[in-house]
Design a binder for this molecule. Sequence first.
Ligand SMILES: Cc1cc2nc3c(=O)[nH]c(=O)nc-3n(C[C@H](O)[C@H](O)[C@H](O)COP(=O)(O)OP(=O)(O)OC[C@H]3O[C@@H](n4cnc5c(N)ncnc54)[C@H](O)[C@@H]3O)c2cc1C
Length: 394
Amino acid sequence: MTEGDYFHVYVVMELEDARLVPVSLEMLSEARRLIDNLNKKHGSDEKVVAVLLGHDVKRLTQTLIEHGADFVVYVDHPELKEVRNTIYTKVVSQIALDREIAAKVSAKYAEQFKKPRFMFFGADAIGRHLSSTALVELDSGLASDINKLEISDINLTHQNKTGGKQELYEKTLEMYRPDFSGFLWTTILCLDNKNPAIKRDYHPQACSIIPGVFEPLKPDSTRKGQVVEFVPRIDEQDLKVRILSRKAIKSDVDFESRKAVVSFGRGIRDFPEQNIKLVEGLAKQLGAEIGVSLPISKKPFSVSESLASTYMNSERVIGTSGKKVSPMLYVAVGISGAMQHVAGMKEAEFIVAINPDESSPIKDESDLFIKGRMEDVVPKLIEELKKQSSLVEA
Ligand SMILES: Cc1cc2nc3c(=O)[nH]c(=O)nc-3n(C[C@H](O)[C@H](O)[C@H](O)COP(=O)(O)OP(=O)(O)OC[C@H]3O[C@@H](n4cnc5c(N)ncnc54)[C@H](O)[C@@H]3O)c2cc1C
């Protein structure tokens, strides 16, 4: 295979209760930007292809075109109403490899087409799982939890990849994500082996994209695009897992209607039980909901069962692995400010951080940084807030 065998970006849409989830339109917008730049630079005519699976989904295809897709491949099948990873993996892979679909997307590249050049999935529970299994089927790599993308031409000399020779990798997707510490950026490349001894391709270059990172395009009803139905090959074997009923569990955690959120992190470590109670006291005075950093949801400290079950759980996590919040006031107590956390709270109108370490990255995100230990600062804040509210009441 050659670099010339891969064309277009296929963007896998996601639905919740028959509605598109926001990351679907966000991915389309970023795909549009990247493909427009690529076509301009290389004089090509590659397309943004939206892949839509579900039941009764044709009604959504025009929305996808208005939000940046050139082409929509949809599959309407009762068995796809609810997401089951095995069937979804199969159908997404069938579409990605289907040369008839590719010929409809673009006659110009029909002859050469082997697989999509790029593929995008949402980095949520469904998309993370689906992207990994689909890319196994498509025999390529995957970068997960990406929040920045660029396409570039890269000259590379590498012992394994190129056999020590300099090679040009055209149209390479640079996929950026925070590293595991959350304080540095990592760039991930999915490169073909050009080393003759171990030659093989790694396309599509695929990733899952963090929700909320890219802005969706404003819908443009004058945008034109094509819509094609794909009829998948589903066997009895694929239907062994059945969804008999589905019940969404309603959470008591309310980040939406509360004007303030107080979150705590591993900074509670010296006196976890007492410190969580301090956070509760502060939240009560502010009428705030309580959030946590991801490590707290893994129950890193021993506290009473009632505090652990109320606060140390995934429902309260703020960040890329949890909720994105935008309250009027966000108070980060004992949180260092890793990128994955900041992505979930940086839209707050006013950010206060309480932390003894001035070099913590949360300082740069804060409108007000209170240098100090929470054990000293929070009781004073509670006392002051109580005074203020008694003045207002009097
Ligand atoms: C794929 C992936 C996804 C992730 N997603 C998320 C996510 O969605 N949300 C998230 O939060 N994290 C996420 N993380 C983890 C993230 O990288 C950080 O490890 C995490 O946010 C750090 O949590 P923390 O701030 O509570 O702890 P730490 O980084 O340990 O920070 C504790 C802070 O408390 C301060 N402190 C110490 N003592 C006190 C005291 N007495 N009073 C006040 N402050 C004190 C310290 O100075 C320090 O700044 C993710 C990581 C990965 C790899």
